[in-house]
Design a protein around this ligand. Structure first.
Ligand SMILES: [Zn+2]
Ligand SMILES: [Zn+2]
Ligand SMILES: [Zn+2]
Length: 361
């Protein structure tokens, strides 16, 4: 069974951001809980005897559906956006649309991993997004995370700016989705590590996060990463401070599981007869929740090599330009452990099951 999204009318394959079926031209809305597209009539559809409407940000390309009782008609993802450009800043709003698309992909992945998502408007320290542009008034916007709120500079959705930064910083990979996956790692470090034992394990793996961040920042930008960083870290940035190592590793856990999930949904598998180094096909899974980390990493080793070769055949850089050395694999194992055992408290379960029930008092 594949959960590849398809048009409900003509069964054509759809991308996650589809608004109108490219084959039969039906207006479509995406229902996040079932991960399925529904056909719309007068901007609405009926799912399980309830009416669902298009999100009020549909003009800015949001294709998610909202239940009839959602306040302000904003979908679960749009509601998590705390700050956005002013209504008359249409240049910034255009960039917002592509950033929101990456954010919806993130939210969908967090939900399918079973991670709790409690919005900033429901709980202090809850997850929220300030999506603002440094081009609006020329003031710099620091991409980062503080107390549940993730700040993204929408100017980074411009290819020339982002690519210039990537080259200047010597990074092999820089995308808005990558920023979101990194910053949400900071958020989940506090959410998922709930007792002293978990923090002790985390410190043994990533180092003591109580070390001065300011000193680390200064040192990193003055001296750069240590020469041998790739022997124990996934990226140069991860060497800066234990917080950053955690967030970088978390981002890679999302890169890997997200890409394998897509591969599984499409039905991609590697034939053992062709790979010939293995006696069984490589079959990616939509979920690795019940699998050991070794299975996840072995599948990824094969699949990422295949994807890199596909990219090279089009003259692109590698899809996954990273090396997973043994210490990084152990850190990813730690992520697998805390993500698959993520405790859903009853309040959080409620928020997950019915994220539209905002009018709880
Ligand atoms: Zn169609
Ligand atoms: Zn929306
Ligand atoms: Zn960070």
């Amino acid at each position: 069974m594949s959960s590849q999204p398809r048009c409900p009318h003509c069964r054509h394959f759809l991308y996650l951001d589809t608004l109108v079926c490219p084959n039969c031209e039906a207006e479509l809305g995406f229902h996040m809980l079932s991960r399925q597209f529904y056909g719309l009539r007068n901007n609405r559809t009926v799912i399980a005897e309830r009416t669902w409407y298009t999100c009020s940000n549909r003009d800015w390309a949001c294709n998610w559906l909202v239940r009839d009782d959602a306040p302000a008609g904003r979908c679960f993802s749009c509601r998590l956006t705390r700050t956005r450009p002013a209504a008359d800043d249409t240049v910034a709003l255009q960039k917002l649309a592509s950033t929101e698309e990456a954010k919806r992909r993130l939210i969908l992945q967090l939900a399918s991993l079973g991670l709790p998502i409690v919005g900033w408007d429901l709980k202090p320290g809850g997850l929220g997004f300030d999506l603002i542009s440094s081009l609006t008034d020329g003031r710099p916007v620091m991409i980062g995370h503080a107390n549940g709120i993730i700040t993204i500079d929408l100017a980074e959705s411009l290819d020339d700016r982002r690519e210039a930064l990537r080259v200047r910083l010597g990074e092999p990979y820089r995308t808005i989705l990558g920023h979101l996956r990194h910053e949400v790692g900071h958020y989940y470090q506090n959410v998922l590590l709930t007792d002293d034992a978990a923090w002790a394990q985390c410190r043994a793996m990533f180092g003591d996060e109580r070390a001065s961040y300011q000193d680390a920042l200064k040192r990193h930008y003055a001296m750069g990463a240590p020469e041998n960083w790739h022997e124990s870290f996934i990226s140069e940035y991860a060497t800066m401070h234990p917080w950053e190592d955690f967030a970088e590793t978390f981002a890679h856990y999302l890169h890997i599981t997200g890409t394998l999930q897509t591969a599984a949904a499409i039905g991609i598998r590697l034939d053992a007869a062709v790979t010939s180094l293995r006696d069984a096909d490589v079959v990616p899974r939509e979920s690795y929740e019940d699998e050991p980390i070794q299975r996840l990493l072995t599948d990824w080793e094969w699949m990422s090599q295949a994807f890199n070769r596909i990219n090279r055949s089009m003259g692109f850089r590698d899809l996954y330009p990273f090396e997973l050395v043994a210490p990084v694999r152990r850190k990813l194992g730690f992520m697998h452990e805390i993500v698959t055992k993520a405790p859903l408290t009853s309040e959080e379960q409620m928020a997950m099951a019915a994220p539209w029930d905002e009018e709880r008092t």
